[in-house]
Ligand binder design. Structure first.
Ligand code: PTJ
Length: 253
């Protein structure tokens, strides 16, 4: 990543500066919305409090997410402007490891931005990107995020929805879909709605889910189902909140 930005890798804020640069670049390329800059700032603050590391409960959540992906008939990874700017290759890698579809779904949807994101994902190795047809609607949602592909998110049984506000997460839950959320804020409505909330930076969380999926690829349905059943979402949210409020020593995580 050193060629991305003119900051030495031993700079104490290197990762954060690279991340900011990717988001800025995303805005310049018409991929990320200006709202996305605000979301990034919010995420950074939470990550700082988490200690900028994957806490054990987030790792358990990533493993449960991988098990859900492998059990699913039709898993879909939903991509917005921040996700596309930050982790395009990692989205493609997770789709490859789990057979998931990739679908662009935006709060600030414009035809140009959907196209720019689809092109960007293809430049990073995606073969098929959904979300351009938008021929179905998620019931109960009035804004642009309701627009989905009939053979994509609308048809999915498991959906990964990273970095977004809560009402689509709720509406997808009401459609009976299993939702996996990646969000650094354990108090957010989307994290609280998810079957599997992964409270971690997407930069760490996505490769971690892929690693677990590769590791679990040879497991039986029974083994995968046991991982899903054993995962305790409330305990994961509580552990993350404790870490934010009290730090690493207090929570034993
Ligand atoms: O591209 P669009 O038009 O679909 O818009 C996308 C944004 C992100 C602007 C939109 O979904 C939005 O406004 O989101 P919010 O309500 O700001 O929520 C974003 C959540 O993601 C917040 O809880 C942040 O803490 C969290 N977040 C931000 N960056 C990261 C993150 N979580 C994990 N990893 C990050 N890098």
């Amino acid at each position: 990543m050193s060629d991305e930005v003119d900051v030495p890798e031993d700079h104490p804020r290197y990762q954060s500066l690279v991340t900011r640069h990717r988001i800025e670049d995303g805005v310049e390329k018409g991929i990320t919305s200006t709202q996305g800059l605000i979301a990034e700032g919010r995420g950074e603050a939470f990550d700082y409090l988490l200690g900028e590391e994957t806490i054990p409960s987030a790792d358990r959540a990533a493993r449960a997410a991988a098990a859900h992906f492998l059990l699913a008939e039709h898993p879909v990874i939903s991509v917005n402007g921040n996700v596309a700017a930050l982790v395009p290759e990692e989205v493609v890698a997770l789709a490859g490891a789990t057979g998931a579809d990739i679908e662009v779904n935006l709060f600030g949807r414009t035809a140009e931005r959907v196209q720019a994101i689809a092109d960007h994902l293809r430049e990073h190795g995606a073969t098929e990107v959904k979300g351009l047809t938008a021929d179905a609607r998620i019931p109960g949602l009035s804004h642009e995020r309701a627009k989905v592909d009939a053979d994509g998110i609308y048809d999915a049984d498991v959906v990964l929805v990273p970095l977004e506000d809560g009402d689509r997460a709720e509406a997808l839950g009401e459609m009976g879909k299993t939702e996996i959320v990646i969000d650094l804020n354990p108090l957010s409505r989307s994290a609280r709605t998810a079957a599997v909330p992964i409270v971690d930076n997407i930069l760490r969380a996505l490769p971690n889910v892929t690693r677990h999926a590769r590791d679990l690829a040879g497991s039986s349905r029974e083994e995968l189902e046991a991982i899903v059943t054993e995962f305790d979402r409330d305990a994961a949210l509580e552990a993350a909140e404790r870490r934010l409020r009290e730090g690493a020593l207090a929570d034993g995580e």
